[in-house]
Design a protein around this ligand. Structure first.
Ligand code: WT7
Length: 593
């Protein structure tokens, strides 16, 4: 066994015992439930701590350029989220209506998220580095009625979309510059600074009875083809958020927790806001972007005890060398976990050498809603392995045919591969509390994510003889860049809108820091000359429409894009050629690591 790192006492204790004894019903009893009945994520994350006399404890500490910007205690958060729920009601936005959030990591975004859940409306986070096109698609699919955003983002990305979004009646402005607009200029129809609506609220803390199966969150994710998929999660998901925060993140009441993910994505919502708050801890929120020196300073000065971050960020720290953390006292740091992309063994070894701690990998997806496979605080790690299934989750490796379809067994379920180290697709047995309940408006796509009792993840893995899972690659064409999932189809569609482009094929090419970068192969229309100028124009076109999070970083002109007989561009072949892999057996091209 190539174990590494110390083992420590943990919330979960012994893994084997926890797996045997844990049930989701017992985990449900770790939470309170609403006083009037039902289960509401916001109540579990905020109000119940106030009811337990924990109201004065800091819940969120926001750090801006000049240090601590704002601290919200659990009592503050209870009050503000109640008022936000009242604002929604006063605007006629009610249970089941979709509210989108588009902002940097500013306090009122967190208030809006939790306040929306209190009102039994549904919250969908949008990423602030998306361009207008991804924003429009998501708000359209979600039939968003209200958007919470900043004046700058509204002007730059949303104002021009209003005509295409007739259902979007209200826009509430928060963050920098929003207060200045109170009682003043209106940036568009239904656009009001949130602060203008506060005076009409009372702070009445009552949360209406909420059925645990009511939709709470919609997280958009991308597939190989088609428009983004809106994975719908219900209030019951909080049972899994809480249990995994305890068992995997090892959170205890007095922890100082830092999740570096942006709340515009599922990790930043589930583990940057909801899960840690259900544990009553203090969350640190860094409003600024990555900076190695500042990050180490933050870990030291805030006395962060548990840190949840991502391989791209860790590789950026690695690249920055030892100087930025020399002399920093990181002794408060007890547990480091990582998620979102493969955590290379080199990074784990770097963590042991430079931070003097193991970094523990965790695996999950937008669809699973919570961590499913993990390395635990009290167990040794195997560098490169994503760990073992969390208590309450059955995971298996299932067989695929050469075209990548999961094979159906005699019982109508997948064919489970039990032999050690067999390569197959990772599947998880349903149900569990945070499993998505549908894809918005796309029940057929939802149905194809399952076979019998099993949810099919689309990821290729191996499981060793001791039950540890090893990530091998994605089973589809989706691109992972800096931990963010990018659908090639979305990028291709945007390029096709340019008058010079006849065809586009988009792939991810390996990058030592961000995992993969988006590369587009473009065939030009007859008579259009390829030139450096046009290449730059297309790069700019991509950035303006799609935003920096999604736009291609590289564009290559190629007249004959490889196509199947039915005319579909063969991204696999483009990728094989780009990477110098054999082109013959396309079934082997899925291995990306
Ligand atoms: C995909 C899911 C991570 C949750 C939020 C983002 C990849 C995730 C790992 C890991 C290797 C990983 C998978 C997965 N992924 N964690 N520990 N090792 N790959 O969720 O955007 O839906 O992405 O991220 O390919 O399917 P997401």
């Amino acid at each position: 066994m190539n174990g590494a790192g110390p083992t420590v006492a943990s919330v979960m204790g012994d893994y084997g015992t926890a797996r045997r004894e844990f049930t989701w019903d017992s985990a449900r009893r770790w939470l309170d439930g609403l006083p009037g009945g039902g289960l509401n994520i916001a109540y579990e994350a905020v109000d119940r701590h106030v009811a337990h006399g924990h109201g004065a404890h800091p819940a969120l500490r926001f750090l801006g350029p000049d240090g601590v910007d704002q601290v919200l205690t659990y009592a503050d958060l209870a009050d503000r989220t109640a008022r936000f729920a009242e604002v929604l009601r006063s605007l006629g936005v009610g249970p089941g209506d979709l509210v989108c959030g588009l902002a940097g990591r500013v306090p009122d975004l967190y208030v809006a998220l939790l306040g929306t859940l209190k009102a039994r409306s549904v919250f969908s986070p949008l990423f602030s580095a998306f361009g207008p096109e991804p924003l429009r698609q998501r708000m359209q699919i979600g039939e968003a009625r209200l958007l919470v955003t900043t004046p700058a983002l509204y002007r730059k990305k949303v104002a021009g979309l209003r005509e295409t979004l007739p259902l979007l009646e209200h826009v509430l402005l928060i963050g920098a510059g929003a207060e200045d607009l109170v009682g003043g200029e209106r940036l568009g129809p239904g656009v009001v600074p949130l602060a203008e609506l506060w005076p009409g609220t009372t702070g009445d803390p009552v949360v209406e009875p909420t059925d645990p199966e009511e939709p709470a969150l919609v997280h958009f994710t991308s597939g190989t083809t088609g428009t983004p998929k809106g994975a719908v999660h219900v209030h019951e998901a909080v049972v899994a958020h809480h249990a995994t925060a305890r068992y995997v993140l090892d959170l205890r009441d007095d922890d100082i927790f830092w999740c570096t993910a942006d709340p515009g994505w599922v990790t930043g919502t589930s583990y940057g806001v909801i899960a840690p708050l259900t544990c009553g801890v203090t969350c640190v929120v860094d409003e600024l972007e990555f900076d190695a020196r500042r990050w180490y300073r933050l870990l030291e000065e805030e006395r962060v005890t548990v840190w949840y971050t991502a391989p791209t960020a860790l590789r950026m720290l690695m690249k920055a060398g030892s100087a930025p953390h020399e002399g920093r006292d990181l002794s408060a740091l007890r547990h480091i976990a990582s998620v979102g992309e493969p955590l290379n063994p080199e990074v784990v070894h770097w963590g042991l050498a430079e931070l003097d701690r193991p970094i523990r990998d965790t695996w999950w997806q937008t669809e699973t809603g919570a961590i499913m496979v993990a390395n635990y605080a009290a167990t040794e790690i195997r560098p490169g392995s994503m760990g073992r299934p969390v208590p309450g989750i059955d995971a298996a490796v299932v067989a695929r045919d050469v075209e990548g379809h999961v094979l159906t067994g005699v019982d109508g379920g997948p064919v489970v591969l039990d032999e050690p180290d067999a390569l197959g697709e990772l599947a998880l047995r349903r149900p569990w509390p945070s499993l998505m309940r549908t894809y918005l408006g796309a029940p057929d796509r939802y149905a194809t994510a399952f076979l019998g009792d099993w949810y099919l993840s689309g990821d290729l893995v191996r499981r060793d003889a001791d039950g540890w899972f090893w990530f091998v690659g994605r089973g589809d064409d989706v691109i992972k860049s800096a931990g963010h999932l990018i659908g090639p189809f979305e990028v291709e569609s945007a390029l096709l809108e340019h008058h010079a482009v006849a065809e586009a094929g988009v792939i991810g090419v390996p990058d030592p820091v961000v995992g993969e970068v988006v590369k587009a192969f473009v065939a030009l229309k007859p008579g259009v000359e390829a030139s450096e100028e046009l290449r730059r124009e297309l790069l700019g076109w991509g950035r303006t429409r799609l935003g920096s999070a999604v736009a291609p970083r590289e564009i290559a002109f190629q007249q004959d894009l490889p196509k199947t007989r039915s005319g579909k561009i063969m991204r696999r072949l483009l990728k094989a050629r780009e990477l110098g892999l054999p082109e013959g057996d396309l079934s082997t091209l899925e291995v990306s690591s």
